[in-house]
Design a protein around this ligand. Structure first.
Ligand SMILES: [Zn+2]
Length: 354
């Protein structure tokens, strides 16, 4: 299987993130991608390729161009306004309740205020190299998608930073550009085929769901920790099924604390039944590995064996598959977990074009 990877991810290197009780060392850090790269490189079944430069047009086809411009300039603007710093985190959020009854706000001009206009939470610092790394992550996703369009049955984009929490006009949750959504939109619009995004990250892919919620050409199917207890809290419920022409093209499978391999695979089989019913030409997998029993920020109990079984079940869909890395924070095990998931998928990768 071909693996798309770029060292440019290392440019995004936050020193701290803020959660409700205070600052802490970031869970989303460069070593994550390096451990995965090392594990795949040690297994002779994976061939590494560099991403192409796709420019910003595929990103702006999915995201508000204002978000793209903001992420391109915000770090430098902040340094100019406030002096040198390493991490930049918003302190005022543009919540619509602030102006309830007064009409909507317009985008502020002050860079600190703009942080809270384009970002929805506090765990996603901007750093000197964030924009370059985020652009690179999209390039990785699009190049992996291009491999499948060219005839590969499966490909893996080692995306970092991840993407699935980034919605059309807001970033957060360690995510800046929604790599899977950019790739899925590109595939749907350039191949005229139907695309499914299967999101198996522990956290609900709120951004991907939001981007495709009203569409009938891209299906979104997610298994995740029930958002009545788990980040990002505000989306991911069973009754969210899509809107307008997209009604029925969104499926959510919120799962309880302690979900183990067998329970997860049962839910994944139900998700695959929804995918079969939709009948996509290509499947994009948002591969979060934070469902692992030893992940520091999640409460599922999946094992490496379970990950290989998950990959094998997705292979049974029998459809060209683009796998894109999302979360996963048990760094010591992350490489092996990714390798096992992709090894499970390998029957689809080795069955040749057609
Ligand atoms: Zn996650």
């Amino acid at each position: 299987m071909q693996v798309v990877f770029s060292l440019r991810h290392q440019a995004h290197h936050p020193q701290r993130e803020f959660e409700s009780s205070g600052f802490q060392e970031p869970f989303e850090r460069p070593e994550r991608a390096e451990y995965i790269r090392e594990a795949l490189a040690a297994d002779g079944a994976f061939e590494f390729v560099a991403p192409d430069d796709w420019g910003t047009a595929p990103i702006e086809a999915v995201h508000d161009p204002g978000l793209v411009r903001f992420l391109e300039t915000a770090w430098a603007d902040y340094q100019q306004a406030h002096g040198p710093t390493h991490d930049v985190i918003p302190d005022v959020f543009a919540m619509p309740q602030l102006r309830e009854g007064m009409g909507p706000a317009t985008e502020p001009t002050d860079v600190s205020a703009r942080l809270g206009w384009w970002c929805f939470e506090t765990t996603t610092p901007l750093t000197h190299g964030t924009y370059d790394a985020a652009r690179s992550s999209v390039d990785v996703a699009l190049t992996a998608a291009g491999l499948v369009v060219a005839g590969e049955r499966a490909s893996y984009g080692l995306c970092r930073p991840p993407g699935h929490h980034a919605a059309r006009a807001v970033y957060g949750g360690y995510c800046f550009f929604n790599n899977a959504a950019v790739a899925a939109h590109h595939l749907a619009t350039t191949t005229s085929g139907k695309v499914t995004v299967l999101d198996v990250d522990y956290h609900h892919g709120n951004g991907t769901q939001q981007i495709f919620y009203g569409r009938d050409d891209v299906q979104f199917v997610s298994l995740h920790g029930d958002t009545r207890r788990a980040y990002p809290y505000l989306t991911g419920h069973v009754d969210e099924r899509g809107s307008g022409p997209g009604v029925g093209a969104t499926s959510n499978f919120p799962l309880p604390e302690g979900t183990d391999d067998d329970a997860y695979l049962d839910a994944l089989a139900d998700a695959c039944a929804d995918i079969d019913a939709f009948g996509p030409d290509i499947v994009v997998v948002s591969l979060g590995l934070d469902t692992f029993f030893d992940d520091p920020i999640c409460d599922f109990d999946l094992t490496a064996d379970g990950f290989e079984r998950c990959g094998a079940l997705v292979a049974e869909l029998g459809r060209p598959t683009v796998v894109l890395q999302e979360g996963g924070y048990a760094t010591d095990d992350l490489g092996e977990n990714a390798r096992r998931w992709l090894t499970g998928l390998s029957p689809v990768a080795s069955s040749g074009p057609g």
